[in-house]
Ligand binder design. Structure first.
Ligand code: ATP
Ligand code: MG
Length: 180
């Protein structure tokens, strides 16, 4: 399984439809400050179901919708589609290619789809959760976080790793149980 394409339409600074193509392996996104590199990563988190406006570096969810520039009017919706190569069947769905999409309207409504069929957020989370791409299984290290990791004490560093590995919630449960 690997990511194939990511299409942004009206998402943050990407007013016009923009498609990024990924090959298997490591992808680097390079560009000047403010050119939209982090917005691409935000789009990836968003289409996979991210619900936290802060995680997406905004104050409210509507901040992901293109807000306009001096030369271009704001848009009424943001749309992101992610196509995943599923030739190895890692996603529990009978398609060799799976496209998940998310749309948010400035009026407040939102839509989710799997291969063009409308679905719920829960359906997308369920689809991704067994594959290593789910809500708690993918890890996005934000700008500045790397510094925090490098400067962290060994205890803090273990905390990051346990969170990334999904162990933290079990540790918390264990500690809570031991306190009783
Ligand atoms: P750096 O190298 O500094 O990290 P970057 O390439 O990661 O830069 P981003 O943070 O992805 O840059 O992009 C920031 C740009 O996106 C800013 O110019 C900001 O105005 C623009 N932007 C963010 N949200 C919106 C929005 N809703 N509508 C229009 N533009 C937006
Ligand atoms: Mg950035």
């Amino acid at each position: 399984m690997h990511l194939k394409t990511l299409t942004l339409r009206g998402f943050k600074s990407f007013a016009s439809a923009t498609t990024l193509e990924f090959e298997p392996g490591v992808t680097c996104v390079v560009g000047p400050n403010g050119s939209g590199k982090s917005n691409v990563v935000d789009a990836l988190a968003w289409v996979m179901g991210e619900q936290g406006a802060k995680t997406l570096r905004g104050g409210q969810m509507a901040d992901v919708i293109f807000a306009g520039t001096s030369g271009r009017a704001p848009l009424g919706r943001a749309e992101v589609s992610l196509t995943i190569d599923n030739a190895d069947g890692a996603l529990p769905i009978d398609y060799t290619e799976v496209t998940i999409s998310r749309t948010l309207f400035r009026s407040g409504g939102s839509e989710y789809a799997i291969n063009g069929s409308p679905c719920r957020l829960l359906d997308i989370q369920d689809l991704l959760s067994d594959s290593g791409l789910g809500r708690e299984m993918h890890v996005i290290v934000g700008q500045g976080q790397l510094d925090a990791v490098l400067r962290a004490t060994p205890e803090d560093r273990r905390h990051f790793i346990e969170e990334a590995a999904g162990i933290l919630k079990h540790r918390r449960r264990k500690e809570k149980a031991l306190r009783k």
